[in-house]
Design a protein around this ligand. Structure first.
Ligand code: AMP
Length: 408
């Protein structure tokens, strides 16, 4: 059973082809700088030895349609796919599903219209996701296509967690509320955590920390998200590569008055020039750690601030959950930075959270745990597999559909 997963951005399309029966990746890659003179197609596929071999092509790719054609050609030329009809389905990552989509959804014209209607809530993402959907539907009309939403996992939040304390009308008329993001990652690592602990997910209380370029924390009770740090948009919450995370909203009005910056300029400031980049000039955690090691005070402060913010969320979600079975680190920083993992957990032995520094310094592609013998809470490092989760949810969606269609 072959499933193609597509993540379409404004100037790039990422893809990954899975054989879900053998549970392997057959090919993956991306077309980037679409619309520019020099677009790049990076394609990885399995060679005869079973290793992933990479090829890079540089050529003009005018638009998403041309990009999708290049992906189709790369998949067939490399032998990963002989015909699009071999695909059981295509799964599309869609960032914002609003309150309309709680589950992976088979795409039809009505679904496309709804995703378009939700675009004001995610103006950078949903239109780009839609472009990918539309070209894929035209290129492979016979293949079922499924939208998997970043927000869907957090639709289980109770109202007290998702409402903002502003007049009700803004929620009812303008859908202003917390939605949360990185849902496929939080739900995937929560399930993996249950496997590692060898306990049923519906009996577990977890805090999942997705720490990548974008970062978010979730409180997961019995497999359901009950709170999460990102809000109506992915700007709220933890300190990120270039995003501020939580700030006093009054700063925006103060900056407007003091500096004369327009609203959209402040939006760009908070999304693109803040976070790690705003504090110390670098947005990549590897560079920040290196600068800090070399004695750069600003980089050292950035690391302290990042860890302090995460620690505050751990404390808050611990209180909300009442009992904590495991703390889960995932995504680029969560999986690969012992320094940040240790920093977030420092001084929490009295809450039963204690890292073993030797275990924490381990490197590996597989999941591992890093808690000390005294730690009452398990501390897990679990590589996230968002595309694989999208592929799994895509299968679930089409199988449900066929089951319900064949039901008497
Ligand atoms: P992601 O968005 O999940 O790809 O994560 C990207 C972030 O992970 C960037 O800030 C990277 O600098 C960070 N990262 C990747 N590898 C490492 C590493 N070995 N140590 C620290 N941070 C890392």
């Amino acid at each position: 059973m072959k499933i193609l997963v597509i993540n379409s951005g404004s100037s790039s399309i990422k893809y990954r082809l899975f054989d879900m029966t053998a549970k392997t990746v057959l090919a993956s890659g991306l077309v980037e700088q679409i619309g520019e003179q020099q677009s790049r197609l990076i394609h990885q596929t399995r060679n005869d030895r079973g290793d992933m071999a990479e090829s890079v092509k540089t050529e003009a790719v005018a638009d998403h349609r041309a990009g999708f054609e290049r992906i189709g050609a790369a998949l067939t030329e490399s032998g990963a796919l002989t015909d699009p009809r071999e695909l059981s389905a295509i799964g599309h990552r869609v960032v914002h599903g609003g309150e309309e989509f709680r589950n992976p959804t088979l795409i039809n014209p009505k679904v496309i219209d709804t995703i378009r209607r939700l675009s004001p809530l995610a103006p950078l993402h949903n239109p780009a996701n839609l472009l990918g959907i539309e070209v894929a539907m035209q290129s492979a009309p016979q293949v079922p296509q499924v939208a998997v939403f970043d927000t869907a996992f957090h639709q289980s939040l109770p109202q007290k967690a998702y409402r903002y304390a502003i007049p009700q009308d803004f929620y009812e008329t303008h859908q202003v509320r917390r939605y949360g993001f990185h849902g496929t990652s939080h739900s995937y690592v929560a399930r993996q955590a249950a496997k590692m602990l060898d306990r049923p997910l519906d009996r577990l209380n977890l805090i999942t920390l997705h720490l990548g370029n974008g970062a978010s924390a979730s409180a997961v009770k019995g497999g359901k998200s009950i709170d999460t740090s990102m809000g109506m948009t992915p700007l709220e919450g933890l300190i990120m590569g270039t995003r501020s995370g939580d700030i006093d909203p009054a700063i925006i009005f103060y900056l407007k008055k003091k500096t004369g910056l327009a609203g959209d300029e402040i939006e760009t400031l908070l999304n693109k020039h803040s976070g790690l980049k705003g504090i110390c000039g670098a947005n990549d955690m590897r560079a920040v750690e290196k600068q800090a090691q070399e004695g750069d005070r600003r980089a050292q402060l950035a690391i302290e601030m990042v860890c302090y913010r995460i620690k505050k969320y751990i404390g808050a979600y611990y209180a909300v959950l009442g009992r904590l079975d495991a703390l889960v680190f995932t995504a680029g920083i969560g999986e690969k930075s012992p320094l940040i993992r240790a920093g977030c957990c420092r001084g929490m032995a009295h809450l039963g959270i204690e890292v073993d520094s030797e275990k924490n310094n381990r490197k590996g592609k597989e999941a591992f745990d890093i808690q000390s013998e005294n730690s009452g809470v398990r501390i897990l490092v679990i590589p996230t597999k968002e595309e694989y989760e999208i592929a799994k949810q895509t299968i679930g969606c089409i199988q449900n559909r066929f089951e319900s269609e064949s039901a008497p």
